[in-house]
Design a protein around this ligand. Structure first.
Ligand SMILES: *Cc1c(COP(=O)(O)O)cnc(C)c1O
Length: 427
């Protein structure tokens, strides 16, 4: 299997920059060449040589129903036969906006995009246009896509590769972004005290998933809400990962703190390229053509993506009650993994939030990016390769989330625990 992927990767590197179309797919941080995928179904993914793995990456979050769900595939095929892009409005776009708005009521008006990056980039521009201010505040280790203003102390692949700030982002733009430690209420208080009147937006992952999973401490999000309201700052929740991950709605619908704008992506596209932003009518109305903050997209609201998303969301709505089951499955998996680590006396800190978690190779606690970086990434790399050998597909980075889907069975979980025991034995 490895040989097939090695051959494919060698070929890819001749024609694709770095051999991959997104850096997180490279195995640079764990060593070796990435496995190429031939297909995926349910909880399983198959490499180019046909070897089966239980998939815990799930395309980095979107595939919450498992791969190739029949209803989603049907919807894509039915739609494709009627044409794949029109550059004119379709009724399905209204339907998905209605469904999202009903699940996440703070999204009073919505705009669909083709990626999460476009959603966050647009949210930032909109906040700047609406407030007439330029500064933005983000948090270390949070990832909000790859737009210039947001690539400061970013998470995900930027964290994996250890890039502090990306070349190509002009200093004059980076200077407008203030990045603060996640979960540190005091620092936010003093930063906003100082710059409040110049800040257009605070953008945050309400549950961080891109430095590994780090949940918000009590009071952190509430403080952001209070400060932004007081200083006329737009509060943006980047729910690209968390939207529809924990419940039929956003994280905001669980904890009750409502942002001014919300960004979505991943799950709402059912595995097709999608993003969305939405929020207060008054702010969203500033977007062109109603307002003059410009944003556009040839393929925005694309029929295939919208119908894959609709099929996914309709299924999730029916399954709303079973989110609790997903939570329990993840809880069991994490408890048992923790026991396996304890039995081997390997320090571990598992941060879990419902059906997403990270196994940090350190004693913890991990409450922010600085804590996350204390992990033993060499040991993680060995564990990663051990798990791959045992047929378990994890993200090739310590600083990413492990996701469970509705397609994961109890047998999958049991097999994963056996694999974990074997991988730890061979560390
Ligand atoms: C994945 C992600 C994005 C970017 O979405 P893309 O579709 O990859 O552009 C933005 N924010 C968060 C929190 C993400 O996890």
């Amino acid at each position: 299997m490895i040989e097939t992927s090695e051959k494919y990767f060698a070929q890819a590197r001749q024609v694709i920059a770095g051999g991959v179309n997104s850096p997180v797919r490279a195995w640079q941080a764990v060593g070796g060449d990435p496995l190429f995928v031939s297909e995926a179904r349910g909880s399983k993914i198959y490499d180019a040589a046909g070897r089966e793995y239980i998939d815990f990456v799930l395309s980095w979050g979107p595939m919450i129903l498992g791969h190739a769900h029949p209803d989603v595939i049907d919807s894509i095929c039915r739609t494709a036969r009627k044409g794949t892009s029109f550059g004119a409005p379709t009724e399905a776009e209204t339907q998905i906006a209605q469904l999202i708005g009903s699940a996440i009521p703070s999204m009073e008006l919505i705009r669909m995009t083709s990626s999460g990056t476009e959603a966050t980039m647009t949210a930032i521009r909109l906040a700047r246009g609406y407030t007439g201010r330029n500064m933005i505040v983000k948090f270390d280790g949070c990832y909000h896509g790859h737009a210039d203003s947001l690539l400061v102390q970013a998470g995900s692949g930027v964290a994996t590769l250890g890039i502090p700030g990306s070349p190509g982002v002009p200093d004059c733009l980076a200077e407008l972004t203030v990045s603060l430690p996640y979960n540190d209420t005091d620092t936010v208080n003093s930063a906003i005290g100082r710059y409040g009147s110049q800040v257009a937006a605070i953008i945050v992952e309400p549950v961080a998933g891109n430095m590994g999973v780090v949940g918000p401490e009590d009071g952190f999000l509430a403080t952001l809400r209070e400060l932004t309201a007081k200083h006329g700052i737009v509060l943006i929740f980047d729910e690209v990962i968390t939207g529809f991950r924990f419940a039929f709605g956003g994280y905001q619908d669980i904890n009750g703190i409502k942002p001014d704008l919300t960004c979505l992506g991943k799950i709402i596209g059912g595995g097709l390229p999608v993003g969305a932003l939405g929020g207060k009518k008054e702010i969203m109305a500033a977007l062109a053509p109603a307002g003059d903050v410009y944003q556009a997209g040839t393929l925005s609201g694309n029929p295939l993506a919208v119908n894959a998303g609709l099929a996914t969301l309709q299924l999730l709505q029916k399954k709303a009650a079973s989110y609790a089951q997903l939570d329990l499955q993840a809880q069991h998996l994490c408890r048992e993994i923790e026991k396996l680590f304890f039995a081997k006396s390997i320090p571990v800190c598992i941060n879990r939030f419902h059906s997403m978690f990270t196994i940090f190779f350190q004693a913890g606690p991990v409450k922010n990016y600085r804590d996350a970086k204390k992990s033993d990434t060499d040991l993680f790399a060995r564990f990663f390769h051990g798990m791959i050998k045992e047929g378990i597909w994890l993200a090739p980075s310590q600083f990413e989330a492990i996701f469970i889907s509705f397609a994961h069975t109890d047998a999958d979980i049991a097999r994963t625990l056996e694999a974990c025991a074997a991988a730890l034995n061979n560390l």
